[in-house]
Design a protein around this ligand. Structure first.
Ligand SMILES: Cc1cc2nc3c(=O)[nH]c(=O)nc-3n(C[C@H](O)[C@H](O)[C@H](O)COP(=O)(O)OP(=O)(O)OC[C@H]3O[C@@H](n4cnc5c(N)ncnc54)[C@H](O)[C@@H]3O)c2cc1C
Length: 333
C-alpha cells in the first residue's frame, strides 16, 4: 500500500504525541546527559529508552493471569476456535466453540461475551446472519499479515561500536528498522537484548526477521525452508552475517491479521460498531476485536473498561471506544 493511500489516523496512533520538535529536544537533552534526571513518565512512548521486560517475555504475564483465573475456578479452553455466535434479538445466547484437535463443537451458554477475535469473523459468524449491508462492511475489512523468521546465529558480522554494555558485547539494539529498498525485510529483533534468558546458549544470537505480507501472497506461500533461506540471504546482503554457515537454526511463524488496516471498508466501520454496540451482552475489545490499531496496554484498557461497565451495569459502550481515541497528531512549533 503506497504511503499516500494510508490514512493519517493510522500513523498518528503509532507516534501519538510525538513531534519533530519533541524529538529534537529529547536528542539534545540526551546529548547533554541530562537524560537520567528526566522522569520516564514525561517522555513520549516512542522516545522511551528504558523499560521493564519479563525474564521470559510477555507471555509470562498471561501465564500468571491464566493461573489466577483457574485458581478462581474459571475454565480456559486452549486450541479452540469460536465458530459461531447465536443471537436472540439483542443478546448473544450461545457461543459455538470448536476443539481444533477433536473437531468437537461445544455450545456454551453466554451471559456476557468479550471478543478479541477479528471483528470481521465475529460478524460473519453470527446466527442468524446479519443484514447484507453489515455483512458487506465486515467482508471489506482488511488486514496486514506478518511473518517472523527466527534465525539462530553463531555470530554477527556487525560489532558493538557504542559504549553501551551488552551480554557478550553484541550490538545493543532491541530492534532495527531496515530501510534498504532492495530487501523485503522490514525489521530485525535481537531477542538477546530483550532478555538474555530468551536464548539458551548466551554465546549465540537469536534474531527475528520481520516481513510484512498479505495472506496468500508470494512470500506467505513460501515453505518454511524457503523462507529461512531467503531471510538468511537477506541478512548476508545487508551485511549482518558473514556467511550462511553462521546460521545454526531457524523457525518461521506466520501471523495472519497482525495489523487491522484503515482502508477497504474501514470508512463504513460505524455500521458494524452501531450493530455490535446494541447487542447488550457483547463487548468488542482489544486490537482486532475493535479493528483498531491498539497496542497491548490499550487493548488491556479496553478489556478493563468493558468489565467495569458490566460491574457497574453501565449501558453505553462509548467509553470503551474512547480508549486510545485521541486522534490529535499536531506538529507543535
Ligand atoms: C509484530 C508485532 C509487534 C508488536 N509489538 C508491540 C509492542 O512492542 N508493544 C505493544 O504494546 N504492543 C505490540 N503489538 C500489539 C499487541 O500485540 C496487540 O495490541 C495485542 O496483542 C492485542 O491484544 P488482543 O487481546 O486484542 O489480541 P491478541 O493478542 O491478538 O489476542 C487475540 C487472541 O484471539 C485468538 N482468536 C482469534 N480468533 C479466534 C476465534 N475465532 N476463536 C478463538 N480465539 C480466537 C487469537 O489466536 C489470539 O490468541 C505488536 C503487534 C505485532 C503484530
Amino acid at each position: 500500500m503506497p504511503c499516500n493511500k494510508i490514512k493519517p489516523e493510522w500513523g498518528a496512533q503509532r507516534v501519538k504525541g510525538l513531534s519533530i520538535s519533541k524529538t529534537l529536544i529529547h536528542a539534545i537533552r540526551t546529548l547533554l546527559k541530562k537524560e537520567k534526571s528526566i522522569e520516564q513518565k514525561t517522555i513520549e512512548t516512542s522516545l522511551i529508552e528504558q523499560f521493564l521486560y519479563p525474564k521470559y517475555g510477555p507471555g509470562q504475564l498471561w501465564e500468571e493471569v491464566a493461573s489466577q483465573v483457574k485458581a478462581r475456578k474459571g475454565e480456559i479452553y486452549l486450541n479452540s476456535k469460536v465458530i459461531g455466535l447465536i443471537r436472540d434479538k439483542l443478546k448473544i445466547t450461545y457461543v459455538l466453540v470448536k476443539d481444533c484437535e477433536t473437531q468437537e463443537v461445544r455450545k456454551i451458554r453466554s451471559d456476557f461475551v468479550f471478543s478479541t477475535m477479528p471483528v470481521k469473523e465475529l460478524i460473519l459468524s453470527m446466527q442468524p446472519s446479519v443484514t447484507n449491508e453489515i455483512k458487506e462492511v465486515a467482508e471489506g475489512l482488511m488486514y496486514r499479515d506478518f511473518i517472523t523468521v527466527g534465525i539462530l546465529l553463531k555470530e554477527l558480522k556487525i560489532k558493538n561500536e557504542t559504549k553501551i554494555k551488552t551480554v557478550n558485547n553484541i550490538i545493543p539494539d532491541n530492534w532495527i528498522y531496515i530501510q534498504e529498498r532492495d530487501v523485503k525485510l522490514g525489521r530485525i529483533q535481537i531477542f538477546n537484548n530483550w532478555s538474555p534468558y530468551l536464548v539458551k546458549d548466551e554465546r549465540n544470537i537469536w534474531l527475528g526477521l520481520e516481513y510484512f505480507a498479505n495472506e496468500g501472497d508470494e512470500l506467505w506461500n513460501k515453505t518454511d525452508k524457503e523462507l529461512s533461506q531467503f531471510a538468511t540471504s537477506e541478512l548476508e546482503q545487508i551485511g549482518f552475517i558473514e556467511q550462511k554457515d553462521d546460521v545454526l537454526d531457524s523457525v518461521v511463524i506466520r501471523t495472519p491479521k497482525a495489523y487491522p488496516a484503515y482502508f477497504g471498508s474501514y470508512d463504513k466501520f460505524d455500521i458494524i460498531k452501531q450493530f455490535a454496540d446494541q447487542i447488550e451482552n457483547l463487548f468488542l475489545i482489544g486490537r482486532n476485536g475493535m479493528h483498531k490499531y491498539n497496542n497491548q496496554d490499550h487493548s488491556m484498557l479496553t478489556a478493563m473498561e468493558a468489565v467495569n461497565n458490566v460491574i457497574n451495569n453501565k449501558k453505553t459502550k462509548e467509553n470503551i471506544w474512547l480508549v486510545n481515541a485521541e486522534q490529535e497528531y499536531h506538529e507543535t512549533n
